[in-house]
Design a protein around this ligand. Sequence first.
Ligand SMILES: Cc1cc(-c2ccco2)c2oc(N)nc2c1
Length: 160
Amino acid sequence: YFQMPATRKVFTLAMVRKTNSLLLGLKKKGFGEGKWNGFGGKVEKDETVSEGAVRELEEESGLVAKCLRKIGILEFEFAGDPVLLEVHVFDVTHYEGEPVETEEMLPQWFPEDGIPYDQMWPDDILWYPLYLKGTKFKGYFLYQGHDTILEYTLTQVEHL
Ligand SMILES: Cc1cc(-c2ccco2)c2oc(N)nc2c1
C-alpha cells in the first residue's frame, strides 16, 4: 500500500586508491564511529555533490582531490527511521598532499587484499568487489541498527 516517502539526505563517500592499496579512515567520533570507511559527509545546500566530496575529503584527510570519478550510488535506510541516506561514491585517483590524522579520522593505507571488513559497515564487503574491479554500481540497504542488513539490492550499472 502507499509508502510514506522518506526524507532524503545526500552524502558523499570518497574512496582514495593507489596501486593495489586503498586509503581508509578510522572514524574517531560521531556517525560511524569505530568503523574504517572512505571519507565523506553531508552535502551542504550551497555546494554540488562533487564539491561536497572534495571538501569532506580535505577536511577529513588533508588530501586535495584533483580528479574524482562518480562510481556508485548507495541508498541506506534504518528500520523505523524515515530518513534515507543517498550516498554518492567517488573514486579518487589523483590528489595532492599526504593523509594526516584529523579530529574526525585516522587515515591508513590498506592493501586491496587486506581490507578490514570486520571493522567496517557490513555493506562494504558486498560492493567493494564491484568498486575494485572498476564497475559502476547502485545499491539499496535496509539496516537494523548499524551492524545488521535486513535486506539489500545491488546492481552493476553502465551509467550513473
Ligand atoms: C548507513 C551507512 C552510511 C554510510 C555513509 C554515510 C556517509 C558516507 O557513508 C556508509 O558508508 C559505507 N561504506 N557504508 C555505509 C552505511
